[in-house]
Design a protein around this ligand. Structure first.
Ligand code: SAM
Length: 228
């Protein structure tokens, strides 16, 4: 799968508005500065940017910044797309800031990084939306502590416009999502299953699907949800 990604990327990472050289520098700088290699892959970053472009996303929320690799990908959706991204770890946040500063001002000016625990930051963002001092989000990417997936999704539903797209990363977990022991003992699997199983009862969910992914980052998958 990694060789296939390399081959495909060598032919397809050419077009569009993504700052490919800077994205590579962000990836390399994140690893040099000691961040875990757990960002989305280049192909997944582009997939997310294309989803945001198709959704004509103007205001994106990301939960889980890491080094802002996916954050910068999202800015390629359109020259006007803005993204707010939340990161809990101060050191990681400072590397994300450093990485964003590598981008041109036309990109960095559209990125708002927030330092804090998402579960504490999201209520504040929600009240800003409710008081009309911040626009609703039309695309939300959830990629942080998996135990809180359902809580983040419930905030997302309250902060999003009708028709908004929510994507949650790592919902397959190498197949552990259906492993009997992991279902009992692995908090990340338990959090993921709570989210998946809540979809059919949630009144804001219009439609949802999980797409399994295989590639240079291994076997995993995205949950994609369209909100009513
Ligand atoms: N979206 C990033 C990318 O693809 O480039 C990868 C994000 S990484 C998988 C998850 C990040 O979420 C980590 O940097 C971690 O510190 C952060 N995180 C974990 N728990 C969090 C929380 N409660 N609030 C905000 N960020 C959190």
């Amino acid at each position: 799968p990694a060789k296939v990604d390399t081959y495909m990327n060598s032919h397809l990472m050419l077009k569009g508005t993504a700052p490919y050289d800077i994205l590579q520098r962000i990836h390399d700088n994140s690893l040099e500065r000691g961040l875990d290699d757990i960002s989305v892959s280049p192909a997944q970053g582009k997939f997310l940017a294309l989803q945001a472009r198709l959704a004509q996303a103007e205001n994106i929320l990301e939960v889980g910044t890491l080094g802002a690799y996916s954050t910068v990908w999202f800015t390629a959706a359109s020259p006007d797309t803005k993204i707010t991204s939340i990161e809990i770890d101060p050191h990681t946040y400072s590397i994300a800031q450093e990485n964003v500063s590598l981008t041109e001002s036309s990109v960095s000016s559209r990125i708002n990084l927030i330092l804090g625990n998402a579960i504490e930051v999201l209520p504040g963002l929600l009240s800003e939306i409710q008081s009309s001092s911040r626009p609703h989000f039309d695309f939300i990417f959830i990629d942080a502590d998996k135990q809180n997936n359902l809580a983040y999704f419930n905030y997302a539903a309250r902060m999003a416009k009708p028709g908004a797209l929510v994507i949650v990363d790592n919902v397959v977990r190498g197949g552990l999502v259906v492993d009997e022991s992991a279902c009992q003992n692995d908090g990340k699997v338990i959090g993921t299953r709570e989210l998946i199983e809540a979809m059919k009862y949630n009144e804001r969910v219009d439609d949802a699907v999980v797409i399994q992914t295989e590639g240079e980052k291994g076997y995993d998958g995205f949950l994609m949800v369209i909100l009513k």
